[in-house]
Design a protein around this ligand. Structure first.
Ligand code: SAM
Length: 354
């Protein structure tokens, strides 16, 4: 089957459709306030993770032509509008954000936008050894580094092109550069379920916070396997079996993120992102801008509004604000992922940036 990158509006009858237009462009019809924008800077990735974009699927999907990507000027322009509306935090993602040429310059430009007080990144870490210091100097304050296994052979199999030693060196470099570091592992039964404690220990040894993510069905559910599901409750139970009771960790003053944090009796922290079995859509405070300028209000739906088209048609700042407000107004109550893989969007994780 040939996959395409179209974004088709979908409607799921189980979802309430918002009817009121909020007066604040960043408050949706369910009274959720958007505080945080994820910006995908490329749809290309130097890895081919089996659960995200394996070689055979990657081969079928044409990368977005360069002319369709947002330029740095356009990204800066859009971030400026979001900042004026109240967004304070930008997460750069991809594809793999570090493969976008000029990424250090882009970080500096976004960090300099008035109102933006945090620029952070989600990365596979492959290029971080070289880039961590310049990225930190440009204003990147934190990285989430994907590391699903500590077994080099398994890492190579899972990522197809990955190199565990490089990722580890990247984590070391990020820590040395003074950035806050979290590790991300997609939890998969039969793949890394025997390594939950080791992954935590590795992160803790580096002053990082380990996080586990439940696998979500994207790409029309093609890569989702029910039998590989490892639920947040199972992850927690497995960790409690060796670490003792985990207590919910309060993070006063912090915006709710997707991870629920847990603490061991001696204060070590672990995050679990229960996207499937105990989702957090009610607290969702984010929007996602793809590398081609499509603004998605929900990871789990294909609906998107092209901010790039507004800019390239000569739209004013008011036009951009209206387009953002339309996306926010249309933000769904939540995703409709099912644990069979049904309810998945056609969008690929590599396009929308996780
Ligand atoms: N290339 C970067 C990286 O590897 O972190 C950023 C993009 S990647 C799409 C962002 C995160 O999404 C990674 O932590 C990755 O493991 C996770 N991810 C990818 N596909 C996923 C899926 N189907 N379900 C849950 N997490 C997924």
């Amino acid at each position: 089957m040939v996959m395409t990158r179209v974004h088709l509006p979908v409607y799921h009858p189980a979802l309430p459709v918002p009817v009121t237009a909020p007066s604040d462009p960043l408050v949706d019809a369910f009274a959720r306030r958007i505080r945080y924008l994820r910006v995908s800077v490329t749809d290309r990735c130097n890895y081919r993770c089996s659960y995200c974009m394996p070689e055979d699927l990657g081969d079928q999907i044409p990368f977005a032509p360069r002319s369709t990507l947002l330029t740095f000027e356009e990204i800066e322009q859009l971030v400026t509008v979001f900042a004026r509306l109240g967004v304070r935090k930008i997460r750069l993602t991809g594809g793999e954000p570090t493969v976008r040429k000029g990424i250090v310059e882009l970080v500096g430009r976004i960090r300099a936008v008035p109102g933006i007080d945090q620029v952070v990144m989600t990365t596979n870490g492959h290029l971080l050894d070289e880039l961590a210091a310049p990225l930190a100097a440009a204003g990147l304050s934190a990285v989430n580094v994907s590391i699903d296994t500590l077994d080099p052979e398994r890492f190579r199999m899972l990522t197809s092109r990955g190199d565990l030693d490089r990722v580890k060196a990247g984590i070391d470099a990020a820590v040395a550069a003074g950035m806050r570091v979290k590790t991300n592992a997609v939890a998969l039964r039969g793949v890394n379920d025997g390594e939950l404690l080791a992954l935590c220990q590795y992160a803790w040894d580096h002053g990082a916070v380990p996080r586990f993510i439940e696998h979500m069905p994207m790409s029309e559910g093609q890569l989702y396997a029910t039998e590989a599901e490892l639920s947040s409750a199972q992850i927690r139970a497995a960790l409690e079996g060796v670490l003792g009771r985990l207590v919910a960790s309060e993070r006063p003053g912090q915006d709710p993120g997707p991870a629920r944090h847990w603490r061991t009796a001696d204060g070590r922290e672990v995050g679990i992102i229960s996207a499937m079995t105990d989702h957090f859509c009610d607290d969702c405070n984010r929007l996602r801008l793809t590398a081609t300028g499509a603004l998605h209000a929900c990871l789990g739906h294909d609906d998107a509004i092209s901010l790039r088209d507004v800019l390239r048609a000569g739209g004013s700042e008011d036009d951009v604000v209206r387009a953002i407000a339309a996306a926010v107004t249309g933000k769904r109550a939540g995703h409709v992922f099912e644990r069979t893989g049904a309810g998945a969007p056609g969008t690929h994780m590599i396009s929308i940036g996780g």
